[in-house]
Design a protein around this ligand. Structure first.
Ligand SMILES: [Zn+2]
Length: 117
């Protein structure tokens, strides 16, 4: 009976970990997707801003300033997407120990139970 409850407990624990991992990965994916969409929007805003400046001034005097502002902003957003993608990859690179814990895939010994992989 104790063994049964032990297995049940481990099962519940495992499910909890898997759910957390899935939630983490989906929230990172969601955020990365949103940021990618925002980058597309910024490309549009960039062009619109340049054109509005041209209409108001009949010139391109502010193009460099506007371009730098947008490029820096977009670059920052791209870095955010890259870091989210890296986090997603890191989350995916995990393996499960017989004790029920998940550990990074390059782990040789489980830090929770000492199991040798
Ligand atoms: Zn373990």
């Amino acid at each position: 009976m104790n063994e049964f409850f032990g297995k049940l407990k481990t099962g519940i624990k495992n499910t909890g970990i898997n759910v957390k991992k899935t939630v983490d990965v989906s929230s990172f994916r969601l955020k990365a997707g949103r940021t990618r969409a925002e980058i597309e929007e910024e490309y549009y805003n960039f062009g619109k801003r340049i054109f509005e400046n041209y209409q108001n001034t009949k010139g391109f005097q502010e193009v460099e300033t506007v371009a730098e502002e947008f490029c820096r902003k977009i670059e920052g957003m791209q870095n955010e997407v890259s870091s989210l993608d890296a986090k997603i990859q890191e989350k995916k690179k995990r393996k499960k120990c017989p004790c029920g814990e998940t550990v990074p895939s390059n782990t040789k010994f489980c830090p929770f139970c000492g199991h040798k992989f």
